[in-house]
Design a protein around this ligand. Structure first.
Ligand SMILES: [Zn+2]
Ligand SMILES: [Zn+2]
Length: 219
């Protein structure tokens, strides 16, 4: 299949890589219909991490399930799914407590907890800026979506950007009637501002130096 492969700082290429396969009975293979480029990808792309050439990028992924491992019980071939960027098992102490970003079983590197698709030091999970993606613990990591092709650009935000922004509003304990200022109108900041409105904030200020981002905030 074709995939976006990291070649070194400021260099990526679309290359032919091996198709992912079911490696464990809990896996599914998803045919990618959308995969986002994240600000977090820039940490690797711009050479600020220990990422080695060869990583396939892409941790914000959605698509159609093509192949299902024999132990998967809730996901079927043909399901339209979006995957939270954290790969998690769903059964370890941290997952059960809700801290799936620090899953204790998915990262084989000593001293690390938590996994992600296509990300340095986050486990052996190939990214989804590719034609196909292997999703481990599929019953836990696939969020089933309504059938069809509608709202593709909205649903893909569920992989990272919307819940990440919402989490900011949650940590700030935004309550109905409050005034809120969000600093930074990138995708996560915009979703944080939107989340504040959903939580009933009466006034939301968005601060940024880039005009296009502020125009987007006004929408
Ligand atoms: Zn992301
Ligand atoms: Zn876990």
């Amino acid at each position: 299949m074709k995939a976006v492969v990291y070649k070194g700082p400021f260099s990526v290429a679309v290359e032919e890589v091996p198709d992912p396969k079911i490696e464990h009975p809990n896996d599914v293979i998803v045919r990618i219909t959308s995969s986002c480029i994240c600000g977090s990808d820039l940490h690797m792309y711009e050479g600020r991490t220990a990422a080695e050439p060869g990583i396939v990028f892409g941790h914000e992924n959605m698509g159609i399930v093509e192949e299902v491992g024999q132990a998967v019980t809730t996901i079927r071939k043909g399901d339209r799914v979006v995957m939270p960027f954290n790969v998690a098992c769903g059964f370890c102490k941290n997952c059960v407590a809700g801290f799936t970003g620090f899953c204790l079983t998915v990262n084989p590197e000593p001293g690390f907890a938590g996994g992600a698709y296509g990300y340095v030091a986050m486990g052996p999970y190939t990214g989804g800026q590719a034609e196909y993606l292997r999703v481990p613990y599929a019953d836990f990591n696939c969020l089933k979506l309504p059938e069809g092709t509608e709202f593709e650009d909205d649903f893909i935000l569920l992989a990272d950007i919307f819940p990440t922004g919402y989490h900011g509003a949650e940590l700030a304990d935004v309550r109905p009637g409050e005034s809120v200022a969000v600093f930074g109108a990138g995708p996560v900041g915009l979703m944080a501002a939107y989340s504040c409105l959903l939580r009933g904030a009466s006034k939301v200020f968005v601060v940024d130096r880039i005009k296009e981002r502020l125009d987007k905030a006004r929408e």
